[in-house]
Ligand binder design. Structure first.
Ligand SMILES: Cc1ncc(C[n+]2csc(CCOP(=O)(O)OP(=O)(O)O)c2C)c(N)n1
Ligand SMILES: [Mg+2]
Length: 258
């Protein structure tokens, strides 16, 4: 759900993302009809999500059930916020997946806020992962700012799913460094000091530091990587900016049966 990093890992490209942001005809998600970050791409097996939060959870459970019925070795991976974990869709999906031991990896990205509502006004339990026991599946909480910890937790969940042991709930603790959206003024509900403190844990900087200490990154290789990424993003931006918009008649495509 809105996970740009995840869809890039699944094979979506910078060009795909820019085509979507500029709402162009070639946008693989929706031909320019959806809001940005509402991903969906058949080629990379990314199932279209809806804007109402948490509807993606029962979808993921249903896809896992379909895979089971078709005897396919698949697992589904679904993400949602800690605020979204209070929606009925989460509880129904988690319960059904656990009862039927479906291969689903539930990942709750706990960034401490649901727009302006802080964690302590959303849930009374200490961890979102505590909820897993109520459904009969393992629940773990990991540092969401540490890519290696996240990788390890997801890998273990995938292996469990592959062995037919059912779903796992992974909670990744992070922090939303920016306002929720351009409409949101976060100064009205949180202190600047809190944000400044959280910035010290920015995973991009922390992981770069880790790689430096491990001797895998230095100034030269970091600059080279950064230059390469800048070129990719600039080329994707130019391409998308100049790409044609969809024809007006296309507005009804995939809306009504053809
Ligand atoms: C069912 C539903 N209610 C309300 C909204 C409006 N809304 C969009 S994002 C959001 C907050 C979600 O918070 P969280 O689940 O913690 O995810 P985050 O944005 O922090 O990643 C809300 C209330 C929505 N999209 N869907
Ligand atoms: Mg949140």
């Amino acid at each position: 759900y809105r996970d740009m990093g995840v869809v890039l890992a699944f094979g979506m490209t910078a060009k795909d993302l820019m085509l979507s942001a500029f709402a162009k005809a070639e946008d693989p998600n929706s031909g320019g009809k959806q809001m940005p970050s509402h991903f969906g791409q058949k080629k990379n097996r990314i199932v279209t999500g809806s804007s109402p939060v948490t509807t993606q959870v029962p979808h993921a459970v249903g896809v896992a059930l379909a895979g089971r019925l078709d005897k396919k070795d698949i697992a589904t991976f679904v993400t949602f916020g800690e605020g979204s974990s209070n929606q009925g869709d989460f509880h129904e999906g988690a319960n059904f997946a656990a009862v039927h031991k479906l291969p689903v990896i539930f990942m709750c990205e706990n960034n401490k806020y649901a727009i302006s509502v802080p964690y302590e006004k959303q849930v009374a339990c200490e961890n979102i992962s505590d909820r897993a026991v109520g459904y009969g599946m393992p629940g773990v909480t990991v540092d969401g700012n540490d890519p290696l910890e996240v990788y390890k937790a997801v890998k273990e969940a995938r292996e469990r799913a592959g062995r037919g042991e059912g779903p796992t709930l992974i909670e990744t603790i992070s922090y939303r460094l920016t306002p929720h959206s351009s409409d949101d003024d976060d100064r009205s509900y949180r202190e600047r000091e809190e944000v400044a403190e959280a910035k010290k844990n920015d995973p991009l900087n922390k992981f770069a530091q880790y790689l430096r200490e491990a001797g895998l990154l230095d100034d030269q290789s970091e600059k080279q990587m950064s230059d390469e990424i800048t070129t990719i993003v600039n080329e994707a931006t130019d391409y998308a900016e100049h790409a044609p918009y969809a024809d007006p008649e296309d507005a009804l495509r995939h809306v009504y049966a053809e």
